[in-house]
Design a protein around this ligand. Structure first.
Ligand SMILES: [Zn+2]
Length: 475
């Protein structure tokens, strides 16, 4: 583990070389982020970071932040950032408050457009976004829109989306991954990241553990031919240091600075992996679909939901149970896909229509699912072929996946939620059943749930049985 007391500027050249020299380099994106600056006191070097990113001293920069106070030792992190920057830059501040009825900022169309326009008013030469997942997602879009360098000051090890070129935005109320812009630099200072509320750190572990079921979903999508972008390079990047992180789950759960720093480092490399893959697939499969639906439901009804990473953690346990369920079914043999199991418009609309009176969310989901369903209808033979040869893929799934017990135990040792009823706040059981049952109907990504549904092993009883198994893991 790194020496926390030294501020290290990592130029990421080792990762760049690994990507460049990988067998599938041609299909991967080069790493667009210039440097990661880490260690206690990293925040105070912000002017140097900006200068290295090409922002001339004396010019105007904008600091983008939400309205929540965050600790940096005994100070507020925003004050520390502003004090550091004002020595050499003229600083404008754009603060984003939660919308009416919301307790946290959402990256919806209006919020993002306002952030772009309010930042544009100051005509900045650079952008510094201060915050965790959503603020950084908005910052990436703002920097992209204004074509200016972007430095991210990460305030929590809560999600893995800091170091990549994608933003999760709300489009018509539906969570959508949207290409945006790599940050130029990422600043990770343990004096703020390890001071974040411990629930955020535990959430970061949950987001990190998505890598097992997500990578298996990505491989599956490639095996059936729906998405042929699968690459072992981002998958192996994603797993860098994860064994050590799992060993430190207990320390992580009470906020040990070294364990949190290791988590932040793993989340950074996870972000790089997604950027290199040009998609979130290395870390976003079934478990993220379930989480997206829980969040969408809460957003639509104005009900607060548990943090993204905590939902993803619990959903990762569920997803690994789904994987076991499907692999067992396939090992029994004699399985075919049944075209009558492909969801039609009425089923998709029926799943989402209650979320908004305009029907926009249901239409947005149908638009995405329809693309997938058309492809499935045309490729039933290809999917059946994969089922016929399932044993040849088993070795890969065995390597990519971890058991539900492993995922659950890691979360338990970090005192992170491993079942849906351990989330804070607890979602209603009927909402959990709805989110798990319908998760594959919201997006055009082929996952194990699509396969489960197509082979007729995704009935209400199946879902109930898996949720019951998940509850047993918490005993
Ligand atoms: Zn995530």
């Amino acid at each position: 583990m790194s020496n926390l007391d030294a501020v290290i500027v990592d130029d990421l050249n080792e990762w760049r070389a690994l990507v460049r020299e990988s067998p599938d380099a041609a299909s991967l994106n080069p790493i667009g982020i210039k440097e990661v600056v880490r260690g206690r006191g990293a925040l105070e070097t912000l002017p140097d970071v900006l200068e290295r990113c090409g922002v001339d001293t004396g010019s105007v920069i904008t600091v983008l932040s939400d309205t929540t106070r965050k600790r940096y030792k005994n100070d507020d992190v925003l004050d520390v950032v502003l004090d550091a920057l004002r020595v050499t830059y003229r600083v404008e501040i754009v603060r984003i408050a939660p919308g009416p009825l919301a307790s946290v900022v959402h990256a919806d169309e209006v919020t993002v457009a306002d952030a772009v326009e309010n930042t544009r008013l100051g005509a900045p030469r650079g952008l510094v976004s201060v915050g965790s997942g959503t603020m950084v997602d908005i910052g990436k879009v703002v920097a992209h829109g204004l074509s200016i360098p972007h430095v991210v000051v990460q305030t929590a090890a809560s999600v893995n989306g800091f170091a990549d070129n994608q933003s999760v935005l709300l489009i018509d109320g539906v969570k959508r991954t949207t290409p945006s812009q790599w940050p130029d630099a990422l600043v990770i200072d343990p004096w703020t990241v390890a001071e974040a509320p411990i629930a955020m750190t535990r959430s970061g572990l949950g987001d990190q553990l998505s890598m097992f079921s997500a990578a298996a979903d990505w491989y599956l999508a490639g095996a059936v031919g729906f998405d042929t972008s699968y690459s072992a390079t981002p998958v192996s990047m994603m797993r860098h240091d994860v064994d050590e992180l799992v060993l430190l789950a207990h320390e992580l759960g009470w906020g040990d600075q070294r364990a949190v720093d290791l988590l932040a480092s793993c989340l950074t490399v996870g972000g790089l992996a997604m950027g290199v893959a040009g998609r979130t697939a290395p870390s976003s499969g079934t478990e993220h679909l379930v989480s997206h639906l829980l969040e969408m439901h809460g957003d639509a009804l104005g009900v607060s939901t548990a943090s993204h990473g905590s939902q993803v953690g619990a959903s990762s346990v569920f997803a690994s149970l789904v994987w076991r369920h499907v692999r067992q079914r396939l090992a029994d043999g004699n399985v075919r896909v049944d075209a009558s199991n492909i969801a039609n418009y009425e089923r998709v609309r029926g799943a989402f229509a209650h979320l908004d009176s305009s029907g926009a969310m249901a239409e947005e989901c149908w638009k995405a699912y329809q693309r997938k369903s058309r492809w499935i209808r045309l490729h039933l033979d290809d999917i059946n072929h994969v089922l016929d040869e399932w044993s040849t893929h088993e070795r890969e799934f065995h390597q990519l996946l971890k058991s539900p017990e492993f995922v659950a135990d890691t979360l338990r040792r970090a005192q992170a939620p491993l079942t849906f009823d351990q989330l804070d706040p607890v979602p209603d059981l009927e909402v959990v059943v709805w989110a798990t049952t319908n998760c594959h109907l919201m997006r055009d990504r082929f996952t194990v749930v699509d396969l489960a549904d197509l082979i007729g092993t995704w009935n209400p009883d199946d879902v109930a049985h898996l949720l019951a198994q998940q509850s047993m893991l918490a005993l």
